[in-house]
Design a protein around this ligand. Structure first.
Ligand SMILES: Nc1ncnc2c1ncn2[C@@H]1O[C@H](COP(=O)(O)OP(=O)(O)O)[C@@H](O)[C@H]1O
Ligand SMILES: [Mg+2]
Length: 239
């Protein structure tokens, strides 16, 4: 499958007069898994909002292949292959797992392939198949994250944007969620994942950017960042 590169250059964005991102640039090539790590408030969610068209940048360019992301409305993004798993998952708690997955297939091209995609997602996450009739709100945090990722996969995305999939989960469940990310990678999907859990995310991505107070302050391969003294002391507890 031919792929498109996600490419951001000189992105400035914010809310009203408040500037949250300062000249941020990043690239994600087809098939890569890339992380954006940084503390609470660094601008990670804002960055994903810019990529998925929910927030228009004040300056800079954001492209996915030839598409200018700033020129597209948010609802057009699934149609060009961008799927966003938002912060806090945003499932419909009173709908079943299967109904939540159906919501992910709302674009016409996905609706046509609903049964096929459902099989694909159930094949990847058999737990969702077992729980297909269960109300999403009654599932565990890890299962809900699996459902949110499954929902995003229903529209056959080329790139999956994950906003802190490990947030609020117990340590054992965090490991399970990162194992899901590895399964997605094994399918050849491109992934951009933002996380505060630096140690875990560096195990599943090829490269990462470090975002601090709205600026990219470091970037490198996972191995480079994991052995960088600045990163180690700021995010990995020293040694
Ligand atoms: N809707 C909003 N209105 C005003 N300020 C916001 C809004 N969302 C986020 N911010 C501010 O933008 C900055 C970056 O936030 P965010 O992108 O959510 O960071 P992160 O996801 O890294 O925790 C923070 O200072 C935050 O308070
Ligand atoms: Mg956030």
């Amino acid at each position: 499958m031919e792929g498109q590169t996600l490419s951001l250059e000189g992105i400035r964005a914010g809310y009203g007069d408040f500037q949250a991102l300062f000249d941020v640039g990043l690239k994600v090539a087809p098939g890569e898994a890339v992380g954006v790590v940084g503390p609470n408030g660094a601008g990670k969610t804002t960055l994903l909002r810019v990529i998925s068209g929910m927030l228009k940048p004040k300056a800079g360019t954001a492209r996915f292949g030839a598409a200018d992301l700033a020129a597209l409305p948010a609802h057009a993004l699934p149609g060009i292959g961008i799927a966003h798993v938002p912060e806090n998952r945003r499932l419909f708690p009173h709908l079943s797992v299967e109904e939540n997955l159906k919501v992910g297939a709302y674009i016409p091209s996905a609706r046509k392939h609903f049964a096929e995609r459902l099989d694909y997602v159930f094949g990847m996450f058999p737990r969702l198949k077992e729980r297909r009739r269960q109300l999403a709100g009654t599932m565990s945090g890890g299962e809900q994250q699996m459902c949110a990722i499954g929902r995003a996969l229903m529209c056959s995305p080329r790139i999956l944007l994950l906003d802190e999939p490990s947030a609020g989960l117990a340590p054992l469940v965090v490991a399970q969620v990162f194992a899901l990310v590895q399964r997605i990678r094994a399918e050849g999907l491109t992934v951009l994942i933002v996380e505060q859990n630096v140690a875990q995310v560096l195990r599943v991505v090829d490269r990462a950017y470090v975002l601090e107070a709205g600026r990219v302050v470091a970037e490198g391969t996972s191995a480079q960042l994991a052995s960088d003294p600045m990163i180690r002391s700021a995010f990995l507890g020293g040694h």
